[in-house]
Design a protein around this ligand. Structure first.
Ligand SMILES: *[C@@H]1O[C@H](CO)[C@@H](O)[C@H](O)[C@H]1NC(C)=O
Ligand SMILES: *[C@@H]1O[C@H](CO)[C@@H](O)[C@H](O)[C@H]1NC(C)=O
Ligand SMILES: *[C@@H]1O[C@H](CO)[C@@H](O)[C@H](O)[C@H]1NC(C)=O
Ligand SMILES: *[C@@H]1O[C@H](CO)[C@@H](O)[C@H](O)[C@H]1NC(C)=O
Ligand SMILES: [Cu+2]
Length: 602
């Protein structure tokens, strides 16, 4: 398509009846979200990018203008792209990269409602800050589960939902993604895992923990091994590079001496900033869209003294679940209500890494505004001091035994998801997840994905694939309107949870377990261990997190219906794993391959 320069470069979104249009300009500039200055990506001059507020039923047109000195694309995470596979934003699959100075217009239909985000799908650009929240407001008449929370207050809950506040939770590093990748190549280890700060809505600071705190919270699973090797968690709270070599590099050549000391070791505190979320004046309920956009870390998330009613997961309503804390993996979205029934004060919003690789945390603030109906004290200390009682500690663990965490196996779609997973499938793909050859090289199915195709090949979508050329280990080919099982086997120990994200439509998480998976199908496995499967009310999501393989292999089974022909990616949403090759191509519906209109081709 011909690129054009929009006249208006500042953010302008407008909605005619049934349409949403905006321009997102990507720039490369200097910023200091955590108080440390570095080069990073801004979207319309902002970090995170602006909230896109779309109405369900809109035709959406997002024009991305790339004013950065390198190629990029933008993917709308969780958006199904039914009949618009060319708008999925993956270079080499659905489009050519948008080159510096060029633009590309993503046009798709908002058939879904709920909480999403958009982010770069080129190289490690998520780690440079290229993401922003997206909300699709449900159309009138959509059935909502709010009467199960407070039957007399459904109107208050609807009012809270209409004013939902996005909470973008991420991690942050002081080196650019390109430099980080170079350091992995030079050192031979996955040095990307050591971050500098955690951010809430783009705000945070480098908090260096006292040594005593690092020692106290060092994971008891890893402490003896550290001790045996005369090692300890670094001043940044990271597993030392020597330990990564032992755990994952498997005797491959490493050269950790090339790593500058600040990559793992030296922690220099900053005075950054702190996000303060205002609890609305006199409202009884508040809604938050918690959006996990981190490059690396998984987090425990909680709000002091405020249990959360989860009413939506990955954009879709669920039977509400009341919890005190949620483990957030890369790409997850949770829509929650909190009841504003506490004395006026500041309450901590706690975010703490639950990754073995690093101890790191941050605290944002939920602040009740003056005049709140439950305001106990006429004056409020203007500082953002937090003295409230946390549900989760600095290492993301519960502070007491009655703290309840979200449990995905309890999650039920509302209304019940239709269609339910089919009882039988047409194809089963058994995938082998592992790091291969070096700790920073990863494979979703034995063979690392070669990112050279991102920039160099004509996009796979642009020509009907050759069904007789299956593309080796990293390509799945399906027919339209068939059911497919993806069985992901984490075959070696010491792997962290992998948040596997499927582009286009969601999948059902129908089974998981620990130990080998010697079966060749779900039917065989379910006959042998029915307790590990749920084919009736499984979680329905666009991200599927494998279990960590601590002492033995693990496995996860996902079933999905092929309904949207196109070339889609299945990949780990941990940025360093994706960079290292943990991705596959799904060529869905090759019998109904779409014809890409000339004017969409770029
Ligand atoms: C370690 O590397 C050797 C030699 O490449 C290989 O045979 C073995 O399977 C690897 N072990 C693990 C746990 O990956
Ligand atoms: C009201 O708040 C002020 C300032 O934080 C504090 O000094 C005072 O003790 C509080 N009064 C009550 C009754 O809680
Ligand atoms: C950017 O994309 C163009 C067009 O696909 C490609 O030729 C070029 O090599 C890419 N540049 C980089 C640095 O990858
Ligand atoms: C693919 O299959 C789905 C489900 O049956 C159907 O709704 C859709 O129209 C089909 N797409 C094409 C292009 O045939
Ligand atoms: Cu992974």
């Amino acid at each position: 398509m011909l690129s054009f320069l929009p006249l208006l470069l500042s953010f302008a979104s407008y909605a005619l009846a049934g349409s949403f249009q905006c321009t997102l300009e990507l720039t490369w500039g200097t910023g200091s979200p955590d108080g440390f200055e570095r080069e990073m990506i801004f979207i319309n001059g902002q970090f995170p990018g602006p909230l896109l507020e779309i109405e369900q039923g809109d035709w959406v047109e997002i024009t991305v203008l790339n004013s950065m000195p390198f190629n990029s694309t933008i993917h709308s995470h969780g958006i199904e792209q039914i009949d618009t596979p060319w708008a999925d934003g993956v270079p080499g699959l659905s489009q050519r990269p948008i080159q510096p100075g060029d633009s590309f217009t993503y046009k798709w239909y908002a058939n879904q409602y709920g909480s999403y985000f958009y982010h770069a799908h080129s190289r490690g650009q998520i780690d440079d800050g290229c993401y922003g929240p997206m909300l699709v407001k449900p159309k009138p008449g959509i059935l909502k589960p709010f009467d199960k929370i407070a039957p007399a207050e459904v109107h208050l809950l609807e009012a809270a939902e209409a004013k939902v506040t996005p909470l973008v939770v991420s991690d942050w590093r002081h080196t650019t993604s390109e430099r980080t990748w170079q350091l992995e190549l030079e050192s031979g280890i996955e040095s990307a895992v050591c971050m500098d700060a955690l951010l809430v809505n783009g705000k945070g600071s480098v908090d260096c923990w006292p040594r005593e705190q690092i020692t106290r919270f060092t994971n008891p699973g890893i402490a003896p091994l550290l001790q045996q090797n005369n090692l300890q968690m670094t001043d940044k709270g990271c597993l030392p590079p020597e330990m990564l070599t032992i755990l994952l590099a498997n005797g491959t050549d490493t050269n950790i001496d090339v790593l500058p000391p600040e990559v793992f070791e030296v922690c220099t505190p900053t005075q950054g900033s702190r996000e303060v979320i205002k609890a609305p004046n006199s409202a009884k309920w508040m809604a938050l869209d918690i959006i996990q956009t981190a490059g690396i870390d998984a987090f425990a998330f909680s709000i002091d003294e405020h249990p959360m009613w989860i009413y939506g997961v990955d954009g879709h309503y669920i039977e509400p679940l009341k919890v005190d804390a949620i483990n957030l993996y890369n790409g997850d979205r949770y829509s929650v209500f909190i009841e504003l029934d506490k004395p006026a004060a500041n309450y901590g919003i706690r975010v703490a890494s639950i990754a073995l690789a690093q101890l790191i945390d941050t605290t944002a603030v939920l602040s009740y505004e003056g005049g709140h109906s439950h305001y106990r004290n006429g004056t409020r200390d203007e500082s953002d001091a937090v003295t409230s009682r946390p549900y989760t500690n600095q290492a993301g663990a519960a502070t007491s035994t009655d703290v309840t965490f979200f449990d995905q196996t309890q999650m039920l779609s509302f209304p019940p998801q239709f269609p339910q997973p089919a009882p039988e499938v047409d194809r089963t793909f058994i995938l082998t997840l592992d790091s291969v050859g070096a700790s920073y090289i990863w494979a979703l199915n034995a063979t690392p994905f070669n990112h050279a195709i991102d920039d160099t090949n004509p996009p796979l979508l642009y020509q009907k694939p050759d069904a007789s050329n299956p593309g080796g280990d990293i390509t799945i080919i399906t027919k339209n309107d068939t059911w497919v099982d993806l069985i992901m086997k984490v075959v070696t120990v010491n792997q962290p949870p992998h948040p596997i994200h499927k582009h286009s439509n969601k999948g059902f998480i129908i089974g998981q377990g620990e130990g080998d998976f010697p079966w060749s199908s779900v039917a065989e496995a379910a006959a042998a261990m029915p307790q590990n499967f749920n084919l009736v009310t499984p979680a329905y999501r666009d991200g599927f997190v494998t279990l960590a393989s601590v002492t033995e292999p693990t496995w996860l089974a996902v079933r999905y219906h092929v309904v949207n022909p196109g070339a889609f990616m299945l990949h780990c949403h941990i940025q360093s794993h994706l960079n290292g090759g943990m991705a596959m191509v799904i060529l869905d519906g090759i019998d109904e391959w779409p014809e890409v209109l000339e004017h969409y081709k770029n």
